[in-house]
Design a protein around this ligand. Structure first.
Ligand code: HEC
Ligand code: HEC
Ligand code: HEC
Ligand code: HEC
Ligand code: HEC
Ligand code: HEC
Length: 356
């Protein structure tokens, strides 16, 4: 066995031991989760800090950590299943990794540490951040009054609101002017050279406030005023009273406003919006901007060698379809706004308008 193998063996024993240490000091009741990612380097244990101090036992003595760890492991946040490879890239890492997110929160800089992991408890919670043991807590690392947006300006769910954490990452990266800078002109010519053209997948953070669609063409009024679902924030629908860390919305979380709801399809409105979007997608395929992806969706045909050429009016429809596409929960996040956006797309594509 050479020296470096021995070292790495020792290291893995150390990691295994520190994981065991944490596990043995927590009560092992509660649901048994899949194995978590290897533990961090165990600084507190090895530097002589006694984890059995009363102040540590307030957390390291019950099944809360195990329960939340189990829930978090069920969610893509823990693995960044679709995007961890972008976690070490400049311009991406602050939303796609634990390390670069914490750097962003602490310094405001978009660092690009290249060796990264998915989100862990310390991505979102202050936990062991201070040397003052008595002030360790599950406080959130983002509890600001306002969140800076990459598209300019700020958004907020209110001073210190927990959902401000979510929109630090779940926010769009590009406004409509990224592709068409000429305001209010429907006849200009726009060239789309990227299959990723659009706001990026964090659109939820703008859409919920009724913002982000291109309203320069079309007669349908997009501005619907303040929306009820923004007052719910992300956390109350996606986590609920028991702070569920699977981040999957539950019908129970709708009932405070939609009494007696048995599914998400309140008044059949979600189905109506979904069907209208499917009809729009069929038209986008017919125009030749997209093709059927064979999995119930469509994929863009834009590339630098074969750009999509469109008028300003068509661009508005294209942009607004991508606003909906970039928020996988759009039909729930802001129903009045999304109905207006659908009508705007229909109008700009010359389709008949869905009536709600
Ligand atoms: C506010 C709750 C809380 C308190 C108080 C707390 N911890 Fe933790 N600790 C956690 C959580 C949560 C984790 C991460 C568990 C996971 O990732 O599954 C953790 C992880 C650890 C780990 C594993 C390595 C790491 O840093 O992630 C060590 C070691 C540790 N804590 C030591 C201590 C010691 C020592 C104290 C007291 C000085 C203490 N903790 C107090 C919540 C707490
Ligand atoms: C402001 C935060 C932010 C930045 C910056 C960012 N992303 Fe994302 N990205 C997200 C969020 C949030 C999601 C997931 C949203 C969802 O699943 O609905 C996501 C999803 C993705 C996905 C998964 C798409 C899928 O189909 O599931 C990929 C791939 C991705 N991003 C690549 C990138 C790349 C490459 C960059 C840098 C050029 C980048 N992201 C920059 C927030 C960001
Ligand atoms: C993506 C961000 C995120 C991650 C990752 C995360 N949490 Fe949370 N956690 C939250 C939010 C948001 C809340 C709700 C806070 C609120 O409502 O004020 C919360 C609440 C909690 C609460 C309830 C706190 C209270 O005061 O009632 C506990 C306990 C908790 N988290 C533990 C954990 C543990 C343990 C982990 C790691 C296994 C973890 N969290 C990972 C975002 C996160
Ligand atoms: C550090 C940035 C970050 C923070 C903070 C964050 N998210 Fe995410 N979230 C992401 C990324 C990136 C993804 C996509 C992960 C992947 O699949 O690669 C994602 C995925 C999701 C998904 C699942 C999408 C799917 O396809 O299954 C939901 C739901 C979600 N986040 C909700 C929330 C909520 C609610 C909060 C606030 C409590 C929050 N997120 C905080 C970055 C973040
Ligand atoms: C009114 C309740 C509600 C609010 C508020 C809300 N969501 Fe959602 N969200 C939903 C529902 C319902 C779905 C669809 C879930 C499904 O299809 O299983 C969803 C879907 C999503 C998805 C896609 C999940 C997936 O599996 O693809 C993401 C990401 C997401 N929401 C993030 C957020 C973020 C970030 C916020 C805050 C800006 C937020 N949501 C606010 C109810 C809500
Ligand atoms: C804070 C109260 C509140 C919560 C919580 C809430 N909603 Fe709503 N919802 C409303 C109001 C008010 C409307 C009417 C339109 C508006 O003002 O946004 C509405 C409208 C809707 C619509 C459109 C109905 C229609 O007839 O057009 C759907 C779908 C919907 N909500 C789904 C959900 C789901 C799913 C949840 C839980 C995951 C949820 N809502 C949680 C208040 C709420």
């Amino acid at each position: 066995m050479n020296n470096s193998t021995r070292k790495s063996l020792l290291l893995s024993w150390f990691v295994a031991l520190s994981v065991l240490l944490v596990l043995s000091l927590t009560n092992c009741e509660g649901p048994e989760g899949p194995a978590g990612p290897a533990g961090a380097d165990g600084t507190h244990g090895s530097d002589g800090t006694d984890i059995t101090e009363a102040a540590c036992l307030t957390c390291h003595n019950n099944d809360v950590i195990i329960e939340k760890r189990y829930e978090l492991n069920m969610h893509d946040h823990a693995t960044m299943a679709n995007s961890l490879s972008r976690g070490g890239r400049e311009g991406c890492g602050r939303c796609h990794s634990h390390e670069n997110f914490r750097n962003y929160v602490e310094t405001g800089a978009d660092m690009s540490l290249e060796t990264v992991t998915g989100l862990t408890c310390k991505s979102c919670h202050t936990l062991h951040d201070t040397s003052e043991v008595d002030s360790f807590s599950f406080g959130l690392v983002v509890d600001t009054s306002e969140v800076d947006f990459l598209t300019g300006g700020t958004e907020t769910f209110g001073d210190g609101h927990p959902a401000n954490l979510c929109i630090t990452c779940h926010q769009p990266r590009r406004d409509y002017s990224a592709y068409d800078t000429t305001p209010t002109v429907g006849t200009d010519s726009v060239s789309i050279t990227s299959s990723h053209a659009g706001p990026h997948y964090g659109m939820n953070g703008s859409l919920i406030f009724g913002k982000g669609a291109d309203d320069r063409n079309g007669t349908v009024a997009l501005n619907q005023g303040p929306m009820a679902h923004a007052s719910a924030g992300c956390v109350s629908c996606h986590m609920g009273a028991n702070s569920n860390h699977e981040f999957h919305p539950s019908v129970d979380n709708c009932e405070s406003c939609h009494a007696g709801a048995s599914d998400f399809d309140i008044n059949g409105a979600a189905t109506a919006m979904h069907d209208a979007i499917v009809a729009i997608e069929a038209e986008l395929v017919a125009i030749g901007w997209y093709e059927d992806d064979g999995e119930g969706g469509i994929s863009s045909l834009a590339s630098s060698s074969a750009p999509l050429e469109m008028s300003g009016v068509e661009y508005t429809a294209f942009r607004n379809y991508n606003v909906l596409h970039a928020d996988h929960g759009s039909i729930y996040h802001n129903p009045p706004y999304v109905k207006a956006i659908i009508n705007n797309i229909e109008e700009n594509l010359g389709l008949s308008l869905t009536s709600w």
